[in-house]
Design a protein around this ligand. Structure first.
Ligand SMILES: Nc1nc2c(c(=O)[nH]1)N[C@H]1C(S)=C(S)[C@@H](COP(=O)(O)O)O[C@H]1N2
Ligand SMILES: [Mo]
Length: 463
């Protein structure tokens, strides 16, 4: 069959972040099984980072079959189709090769994406795989089903072999360790319900627009994580005098702007931060082994912190007396505010306090009479002490907090009320935490778009 190269490009405003539902439909359409049903065999695909373009290499019996399949892409932007038969050998060789410089095996991005679509995630990007939970889906059980837990990856997903896996603990320690999963399972285990929120959650709602992954509001989820308290492993290794700083290194790496060679995903914490947060080396998520996209076989969980601290595919802990200077520590994940014409900076650490309304959904039609307004609320600096709800700009009314109160885990809340008039309805919710922090009307704009905890407002309609 002839081989074609398809180049699709859309304007930054159209797809998919600004209309996640349409985006997900399109990605579904582009998945390999769906293409096969249209008589198109996708050999490779790539999403060019930052340029809003997609490349496909596909086989089809003739161009009209391919064209019929590409119709939804034409609606979303430009499509260019080139017959590739003459350079087929070069093309397939290049695309089948591992994009990495070293021997880390990778999860097939198409399979990982397909799984995420099937679980109902709204996919932002395939390479690397990034997807968020839809806001109405945040409601449900006490934790998020694993498949529907948002995914944030900076690079391709490593596919690590459990038998070959070792966690190394080295540097300023008395006894360097190289622990296999069996040894980790034999250590004292603990389970913690912890909410992870991406620091970029809500970035797409900042004005003016900031660059970076254009998250809506669903880059947050909660799971019960099981594993070994990090301090336990550090005590086993024995800290030498002066050992106060720790670098956590993931198995993933890739190219980033301003670096000529691939960088690893690495983050740092101080000894005090590890102790205060109660960091965990987790191997289970909601009672199941971690899945590859969530960090199999071992990840760090840092309760209360924006999730960037919770390093996935953790393979190395380096103990030093110097703060970590890695790319994702010093060049990203800083608030850069412009205040009175002056630049101010602060590292992204504990999660801001925030409530989201999961019901009603944006644009939902509600019947007159009694309704329940529901949602979740969380904070990195303590428990949620109250959530207030306002309808149509009216007075704030205290919602009921539902379920157990746990630090570092979101809290369910609900307000039962009556809708007396038909027409548009605006619902707003505002959380306050036990540290006394509450949410601003509009979160302060910052250059990289982190920590957006503006009060959530949902526009519904009463009929
Ligand atoms: N090794 C590694 N760890 C990582 C990341 C990553 O790209 N690589 N992303 C971080 C960020 S920014 C977030 S928000 C969370 C996302 O975790 P999840 O994909 O399990 O939801 O993982 C963090 N840990
Ligand atoms: Mo993140």
């Amino acid at each position: 069959m002839p081989l074609f190269i398809v180049h699709h490009q859309h304007s930054p405003g159209t797809f998919p972040a600004h209309d996640p539902v349409k985006g997900v439909k399109l990605l579904n359409h582009l998945s390999r099984p769906s293409a096969a049903r249209h008589g198109v065999l996708i050999k490779a695909e790539a999403v060019a980072q930052g340029s809003h373009s997609l490349l496909l290499i596909a086989e089809a019996a003739d161009e009209s079959i391919l064209e019929a399949y590409l119709a939804p892409l034409r609606e979303a932007g430009q499509v260019e189709v080139t017959l590739a038969t003459s350079w087929a050998a070069v093309v397939s060789g290049g695309c089948d090769a591992s994009p990495m410089d070293d021997s880390t095996a990778l999860l097939d991005p198409a399979d990982a994406c397909q799984d995420a679509i099937e679980a109902g995630l709204l996919i932002h990007r395939v390479h690397p795989l990034n997807g968020e939970t839809s806001v109405p889906d945040l409601a449900g059980g006490a934790v998020m089903p694993n498949g529907r837990f948002y995914l944030r990856n900076h690079f391709d997903i490593p596919s690590l072999d459990r038998d070959a896996y070792r966690l190394s603990v080295a540097g300023l320690v008395e006894r360097p360790l190289s622990l296999c999963m069996r040894e980790l399972h034999n250590l004292h285990a603990e389970s913690l319900v912890v909410t992870l929120e991406c620091a970029g959650n809500g970035r797409s709602l900042f004005e003016p627009t900031v660059s970076g992954e254009a998250w809506g509001l669903g880059a947050v989820s909660t799971a019960e994580w099981t594993g070994v308290p990090l301090m336990e492993v550090l005590e086993r290794a024995g800290l030498q005098p002066g050992a106060t700083e720790f670098t956590f290194r993931g198995a993933d790496s890739g190219l980033v702007d301003g670096h000529g060679t691939p960088v690893r995903f690495e983050r740092g914490l101080s000894l005090d931060q590890i102790r205060e947060a109660g960091a965990l080396l987790a191997y289970e998520m909601n009672g199941e082994p971690l899945s590859s996209p969530h960090g199999y076989p071992l990840r760090l969980i840092v309760p209360g912190w924006y999730a960037v601290a919770s390093v996935k595919w953790l393979t190395e802990i380096v103990v030093t007396d110097q703060p970590c200077k890695a790319h994702y520590q010093t060049e990203k994940y800083w608030f850069h505010w412009v205040r009175n014409g002056q630049d101010e900076r602060a590292p992204v650490e504990l999660m801001n306090v925030r409530a989201l309304i999961s019901s009603p959904d944006e644009g939902e039609c509600l019947p007159l009479g009694e309704i329940a307004i529901r949602g979740v609320a969380w904070s990195g600096a303590g428990c949620i002490s109250r959530v207030d709800v306002s309808l149509d700009g009216g007075p704030w009314r205290e919602a009921r907090l539902v379920g157990e109160r746990r630090p570092s885990s979101w809290q369910w809340w609900e307000l039962i009320t009556r809708l007396e008039h038909t027409g548009p309805l605006t619902v707003r919710a505002r959380a306050t935490d036990t540290a006394g922090r509450t949410q601003p009307e509009r979160a302060e704009w910052n250059r990289l778009g982190y920590g957006n905890n503006s009060i959530h407002s949902v526009a519904a309609r009463v009929i």
